[in-house]
Design a protein around this ligand. Structure first.
Ligand code: CP
Ligand code: NVA
Length: 308
């Protein structure tokens, strides 16, 4: 049987995607009612993070524990990987001990190499190109707030990075209209935009890229941003901070969105840079629900990978 991996959102059929959101809603309700649900008893999830993480690592580990299984944090520095054992050999061996593996790494091709050799599901916990678990949680949060996804207008302001790419794919799959305003030279990967536009034709989604933040934000239902300097780009910090300055989500930009608009950020946030403290902590921000929902969507992902 072919192993199921979750490397990008384009891997999911629209039916799989909506199924995950529906399941996450039910798991959230069950969690709130205090009910116990332990279908993953005896199973072990490996967590290999080559970049820092608060939300993804902790919520996956908590999700696994709450579903009856256990999470095992692996440190690349303590594995034989650091002494030259190949990714393929490591993936084959770990597949005999673990039931699934969440990996956060730099190059997306590195994650693909893990998935190619592993005989257990591999989940993308963020690469330089994609962040699918984040955006599944985001779609859950948006649907929770608006009751539907199709036809909503999401304005992404800032770097055309991993989070933006997964948002483009998620929007394409669900019929969201996404407008991305990014500084010149920092737009999303054209191959991802092109592939997503093909999917968008079937769902009625729209994907527009531009440089003007106010144009993207006009009449938006959702304003979304991410950090200006992602992990691994620290050396570019000075020039990025300069170029991204006009791309801050602040009260002025929020005022051109719909009065009912919500503000989202995958976090961690830098108040005073990509978003002001007033907006992040203001009444239109749903960032804490957004972070909280990572737990529930990842439970749904784990069930989907391990028992369906
Ligand atoms: N949003 C997100 O993935 O956060 P972490 O880097 O803390 O996992
Ligand atoms: N774009 C950010 C997302 C962190 C969750 C980064 O890659 O650092």
């Amino acid at each position: 049987m072919k192993v199921r991996h979750l490397l990008t959102l384009l891997d999911l059929t629209p039916g799989d995607l909506i199924g995950l959101l529906d399941r996450a809603d039910r798991l959230k309700a069950q969690h709130r009612s205090g009910g116990s649900h332990r279908p993953l008893t005896g199973k072990t999830l490996g967590l290999l993070f080559e970049k820092a993480s608060t939300r993804t690592r902790v919520s996956f580990e908590a999700a696994m524990n709450q579903l009856g299984g256990s999470g095992l944090t692996l440190s690349a520095a303590d594995l034989q990987l650091k002494r030259g054992e190949t990714v393929a050999d490591t993936a084959r061996v770990l597949s005999r001990y673990l039931d699934a593996l969440v990996i956060r790494t730099f190059g997306h091709d590195h994650l693909e190499a893990w998935a190619a050799a592993a005989t257990i599901p591999v989940v993308n916990g963020l690469t330089d190109l994609h962040h699918p678990c984040q955006v599944l949680g985001d779609l859950m949060t948006i649907r929770e707030r608006f009751g539907a996804l199709k036809g909503l207008k999401l304005a992404y302001i800032g770097d055309g990075n991993n989070v933006a790419h997964s948002l483009i794919e998620g929007a394409a799959k669900t019929g969201i209209e996404i407008h991305l305003a990014c500084p010149k030279g920092y737009g999303p990967n054209p191959r991802i935009v092109e592939a997503s536009r093909i999917v968008a034709k079937q769902t009625g989604a729209q994907i527009e890229t531009m440089e003007e933040p106010r144009k993207a934000a006009r009449d938006a239902d959702i304003l979304y941003t991410d950090v200006w300097v992602s992990m691994g780009q620290e050396k570019e910090a000075k020039s990025r901070l300069k170029k991204f300055k006009p791309y801050q989500i602040n009260d002025k930009l929020l005022s051109v969105a719909r009065p009912s608009a919500v503000v989202m950020h995958c976090l961690p946030a830098h108040r005073g840079m990509e978003i002001t403290a007033e907006v992040l902590d203001g009444k239109q921000s749903i960032v804490w629900d957004q972070a909280g929902n990572r737990l529930h969507i990842q439970k749904a992902i784990l069930e989907w990978l391990l028992i369906s």
